[in-house]
Design a protein around this ligand. Sequence first.
Ligand code: GMT
Length: 382
Amino acid sequence: MNIGIVCYPTYGGSGVVATELGIGLAKRGHKVHFLSYARPQRLNEFEHNIDFHEVAVNVYPLFEYPPYDLALASHMVNLVKYQKLDVLHVHYAIPHATSAYLAREILGDMGKQVAIITTLHGTDITIVGSDPSYLPVVEFSINKSDSVTAVSEYLRDETYSKFGTTRNIHVIPNFVDLDRFKRVERSHFKKAICPDGEFVLTHVSNFRRVKNVSHTVEIFAKVIKHGIKAKLLLVGDGPDRVNVEERCRELGVCDHVRMLGKQEKVEEILSISDIFLMPSGSETFGLAALEAMSCSVPVISSDVGGLPGLNIDGETGYVCKLDDIDAMGDAAISLLENPERLKSFSDAARVRAEMFELDKIVQQYEDHYIRTLKKVRGTVEV
Ligand code: GMT
């Protein structure tokens, strides 16, 4: 198949899923075209069967807000026309599903056809999409896609409850490359960060408000106060970083916290981690937690959204009430003070991650493309 994948290129779950999916599809022999305003973060080397098309938005003095969604729709039209795309798979509804709808209408006037698949990821439904300033357009665009997928049952149900849509939403979960995300020996790295054999607590995110990164510092401070030697590794960057730094100063833990910024080889950091913290205020699936679990790192998370469906409480980690810093701190202490429990949780985390193996889920997307093409064309000719 000729497949167009549209996503945000930045440090965020939807872009990661879109990119890993495109790479997986290309390895299966499909021709994949990525479309975004910059090269997606995980598309960092040459890949056979993959092209990247940058969407440039021309600025004009009249535009206070340059219309990216229109530029994207025009690029979609050209891509379908000249690269003969069968499928246009858009990740994150805003504005991608709307641009895709517009492109399909324009292509229809030219006598051309493309199947539009929208994958809902998270805040495109739970926070931004359900804001009244976007809701009618997002609802319309979801209803007009040829098929829609969501990354968890939780997100599917939220979409039904927040939007007036009765259409079928197919759940295809996030996935992980088990060969890349596995625990590897990195003792030199561990020694450099933890010269006194400290435990390592890790958090990875885009430091948006919804991630509650300051809570990781509060949980960590509780662990330190209890007398456990530990380091907190904060990976990623974003709008909340200054508040997080401030919280570190307030709690007097700066010497034990390392702000590592955006990292390419997250699996190496996860390989030296003992606990992964995800105290998010909203999380439809929790891809970063899945990647940690794949590296045999137990997760302490809040109980929101899709997290209880991923992180099995008392087995692969602990699921605590949202904002309950005390419970999350106690959970961390109970694991770090009991090496046998830590080992058994760490093994169980990897076993759980194996259920979300990349190939298995890429196959589900491929099957979904074929079903959607059948619906659109009445038959599949690829
Ligand atoms: O908020 C983010 O971390 C980014 C956001 C996105 O859509 O780019 O992530 C969402 O999609 C991920 C991949 O499907 C999910 O694993 C995350 O749980 C989800 N984030 C939220 O719901 C906050």
